[in-house]
Design a protein around this ligand. Structure first.
Ligand SMILES: [Zn+2]
Length: 328
């Protein structure tokens, strides 16, 4: 399946390179009024060049962009937003939940890393792995940058363009600020990383923004968001990475089944003996690369959250490390 259908509707994909394992990020140009860009790519010279080339290939200059819509706070989508806005004078639209992070990027990213450090240590990841990962994360921060949000969106809003309306829905889980944009007339959904065809979206654990210190249940939130998206009547879903999706319901059902299987697998391991999340991750995936330590931890904690909610597992703290044990 190509992006042809979307292009016929004036929505063009530009695949911008990223330094991350996920590969290129899909930026979308919506040829409408205002001339709109959905996401911008990570903050690097190469990405900026390729974005401009991509726009030129579609007959447009960066300077013509009038509106940039952000799908969520991750730096592979956010990094160039500020630069695009300053070159073009474009408005920047983002969901309310993303605004503090986008406008105070460095401080917020640091606070996220501090929170992640506590979560990792509490869940049994060795100190040296945590420190190594934190320096990787600090280095990656250069691919992000702050931007001013000039148009704050709320769940349920509608963005009116000349030729289309885009309904705005907050679908947190992969990140706290995931937003999807529905064109009901064309039965098309811009979903970014909320739903990807080739990989299941990571329900990344992210610092809560409501001032609480409790760790958010990212996977539980994500599955609730997916259930809402499953109900949408759409023919085409445009993701943040990789190919478009034409049967979102069966893909979402596959994701539900995958998470169910993983939860059951963890339930089995926990039934053998109590383990920390880090030990559970090692049992599932063997030795984990440093860069993957937080992703795999998010994945495991997502599933132990499900088992805890079902009353089958409980979290017991011992010397500052959380262990999961089966409920008798
Ligand atoms: Zn993302």
């Amino acid at each position: 399946m190509s992006f042809e259908l979307a292009a016929q509707a004036g929505v063009h994909r530009i695949a911008v390179p990223t330094p991350f394992a996920v590969g290129r990020v899909n930026v979308y140009l919506i040829e409408d009024e205002p001339l709109t860009l959905v996401d911008a790519g990570p903050n690097s010279g190469t990405s900026f060049d390729e974005l401009q080339q991509g726009l030129r290939g579609l007959g447009h200059d960066l300077e013509e962009i009038e509106l940039v819509i952000l799908t969520h706070q991750h730096i592979d989508h956010l990094g160039l937003v500020g630069l695009v806005a300053s070159h073009s004078g474009a408005d920047v639209a983002a969901i309310d939940a993303a605004v503090p992070f986008v406008e105070r990027f460095s401080d917020e990213a640091q606070a996220d890393d501090d929170f992640a450090r506590d979560v990792m240590l509490r869940n049994g990841i060795p100190e040296d792995v945590v420190s190594a990962l934190q320096s990787v994360s600090r280095a990656f921060r250069a691919w992000g940058a702050r931007a001013d949000v000039t148009r704050v969106l709320h769940d349920g809003d509608t963005l009116e363009l000349r030729d289309r309306s885009l309904q705005v829905f907050h679908r947190p889980g992969h990140s706290p600020s995931d937003t999807v944009f529905l064109d009901p007339e064309r039965r098309m959904l811009i979903a970014a990383d909320h739903l990807l065809a080739h990989i299941s979206s990571n329900p990344l654990i992210t610092r809560p923004r409501d001032g609480s210190t409790e760790r958010p249940k990212a996977l539980v939130t994500y599955l609730e968001s997916l259930a809402l998206t499953r109900e949408m009547d759409v023919d085409l879903v445009l993701p943040g990475h990789g190919d478009p999706i034409t049967d979102h319901r069966s893909l979402i059902d596959e994701r539900f089944a995958l998470h169910r299987r993983r939860a059951e697998k963890l339930a089995g391991l926990i039934a053998e003996r109590p383990r920390s999340a880090y030990e559970l991750a090692q049992s599932l995936w063997g030795n984990i690369a440093v860069t993957q330590a937080f992703l795999t931890l998010s994945e495991v904690l997502g599933h132990t959250d499900i088992l805890i909610d079902e009353g089958r597992v409980e979290e017991v703290e011992e010397n500052g490390v959380a262990r999961f044990t089966a409920v008798a």
